[in-house]
Design a protein around this ligand. Structure first.
Ligand code: ZN
Length: 201
């Protein structure tokens, strides 16, 4: 489709960490990616949070399936806003600049996603998909609830070591850094949305 931009297209071979790891730990690991930005500035820890709001959440949940024989799906975040220290911004890709609170600390940022649209992926497999949203439009992709031998859907089974993988892969993070979007999202269950953040400020 029209989003077949090779410069942003990214083919992953190993999308998800192999091995059985407790999902809760994975979520903590993904949050640490966002938190690590502020870690180098101990006195100015910046926290970033993400929330998928009702409309987008319901749309993503409606298209979720537990069918093991499926490939990854992708979406573009067509409407979102962020707040920092009660100052709202709308749909600006560079609006993550931190705001100083009255006490001198940097304000936390909350991203709220209100609208998503599906985007056609190329070469989609159970472990990856090539797609690219337009510049400045954050991306969402699914991690299916199955474990597969190779990249073939006929060799997948429900559950297993790779199912419900809620952390971004190394390739996912690399792609986010290349694009420069402030965040990206993984849907790893019907109502589970994991944000991960750019370390660029
Ligand atoms: Zn991924």
């Amino acid at each position: 489709m029209r989003y077949a931009d090779a410069t942003h297209g990214f083919r992953r071979t190993i999308d998800r960490m192999r091995g059985a790891v407790v999902v809760g730990l994975l979520v903590v690991a993904s949050l640490a990616i966002g938190a690590s930005v502020g870690a180098s500035k101990v006195s100015a820890q910046v926290m970033r949070y993400g929330v998928v709001m009702d409309g987008a959440r319901n749309a993503l949940a409606a298209q979720w399936t537990d069918e093991p024989k499926q490939v990854e799906r992708a979406y573009c975040v067509t409407q979102w806003w962020s707040t920092a220290s009660r100052k709202a911004h709308v749909r600006a890709s560079n609006d993550t600049a931190t705001v100083q609170k009255p006490d001198g600390r940097d304000a936390d940022t909350v991203f709220r996603v209100t609208e998503i649209k599906p985007i056609e992926a190329q070469d989609a497999t159970p472990n990856g998909a090539t797609f690219a949203c337009p510049a400045g439009v954050p991306e969402v992709h699914t991690h299916p609830p199955a474990t597969c031998y190779g990249d073939r859907t006929d060799q997948c089974y429900s559950g297993g070591a790779d199912a419900y993988s809620c952390q971004p892969s190394r390739e996912d993070v690399h792609k986010l850094m290349e694009r420069g979007d402030p965040f990206a999202i993984i849907q790893c269950d019907k109502h589970a949305f994991v944000f991960y953040y750019s370390t660029k400020e």
